[in-house]
Design a protein around this ligand. Structure first.
Ligand code: ASP
Length: 330
């Protein structure tokens, strides 16, 4: 059945065959996923069953790193489109018997996967899998490098609040250095016409040779000036290692340092006054209330888009899976 509201694919068709980084997507692909996300958001808002575009397809979720939102959201997205979705319980898998991650994934794929959603701290793993597997590889988080569906869902959320990103100022705040969310958003949101800034302590900014054309600020006052969207990030202690000297992670982890960090870089109703009067706050979760964001701001429905991001997570992942896997199927 033809659905009149369903957005048309990009001219020449959807081009991506995998989704490991934002640059796997053409501008037409991005636009299609965002329009399709809005279309699926309509079904989710009405609690209406979506077309079973992935019936007969098998989706395997292979998360080698912790995940709550992303794993669940991919699972729901696949199920809402009629796919068979399998979650691999990695902590009980043969990885703990010494099997390599590639061998584990290859074994899963041999059972007949059409798509594998992979999260891992190893940054080259997704490319290695893409070279070896016949199924589509989708990145559910790669080390500190990329989390493309998070950026897509953030863009879909921002579009729903502001109509578009062209000319909007987005301040990405906090531990940018260790954040794959920051990396993917910086790549995507600029392609959509936004001005992106990084805001936070200098030692949590990306290395000098990365994102050289993005302006960095080390105070909220300057970095938030005029911003439409203020995106908070968690302190990602799990990725702070030798590069910082072993003390940085530890130094930031104790209570007194958290309090100090909050005083200087915490997103609150008060610090949000530096931004544009209509500014909204976003956060990919999980949030550490009282460290990078105040609970009262995170919970304020007039200022916070945090739960809307979670909602768009399902719709956007439905869109991405559909675009990658369903082709022109009715
Ligand atoms: N959930 C996001 C990620 O997986 C952000 C975070 O963990 O802080 O990267």
């Amino acid at each position: 059945m033809i659905d009149a509201q369903r957005p048309a694919p990009p001219q020449g068709g959807f081009s991506a065959r995998r989704l490991i980084g934002i640059d796997d997507l053409s501008d037409g692909d991005v636009d299609y996923i965002l329009r399709l996300a809005e279309y699926y958001a309509g079904y989710l808002r009405r609690s209406a069953p979506a077309p079973a575009r992935l019936r007969g397809k098998t989706q395997i979720n292979l998360f080698f790193e912790d995940s709550t939102r992303t794993n669940l959201s991919f699972e729901l997205a696949g199920k809402r489109l009629g796919a068979d979705v399998i979650n691999v319980p990695v902590s009980a898998s043969s990885v703990h018997k010494g099997e390599s991650l590639v061998d584990t994934a290859q074994t899963m794929a041999a059972m007949g996967a059409d798509v594998m959603i992979v999260r891992a701290k190893e940054e080259g793993l997704h490319e290695a899998l893409d070279a070896r597997l016949d199924c589509a590889v989708v990145n559910g988080g790669a080390g500190a490098r990329e989390h493309p569906t998070q950026a897509l869902l953030d863009a879909a959320t921002a579009r729903s609040a502001f109509g578009g990103l062209e000319g909007r100022i987005v301040a990405i705040c906090g531990d940018v250095r260790h954040s794959r969310v920051a990396g993917s958003n910086a790549r995507l949101l600029r392609r959509l016409g936004a001005e992106v800034r990084f805001v936070g302590p200098a030692r949590l900014a990306p290395p000098d040779d990365q994102f050289t054309d993005i302006e960095r600020f080390d105070t909220l006052k300057d970095g938030l000036a005029g911003a439409d969207i203020v995106m908070g990030l968690r302190m990602q202690f799990e990725r702070m290692g030798a590069e910082f000297g072993e003390t940085t992670g530890e130094a930031l982890r104790d209570e007194e340092s958290s309090r100090r960090y909050f005083r200087e870089f915490g997103l609150t109703h008060e610090t949000l006054r530096y931004a544009a009067p209509h500014a909204k706050v976003m956060h990919p979760g999980p949030m550490n209330r009282g460290v990078e964001i105040d609970g009262a701001l995170a919970d304020d429905p007039d200022r916070s888009l945090v739960l809307r991001q979670v909602f768009y997570g399902v719709a956007t992942r439905m869109a991405a899976l559909d675009a990658l896997l369903a082709g022109d199927a009715d």
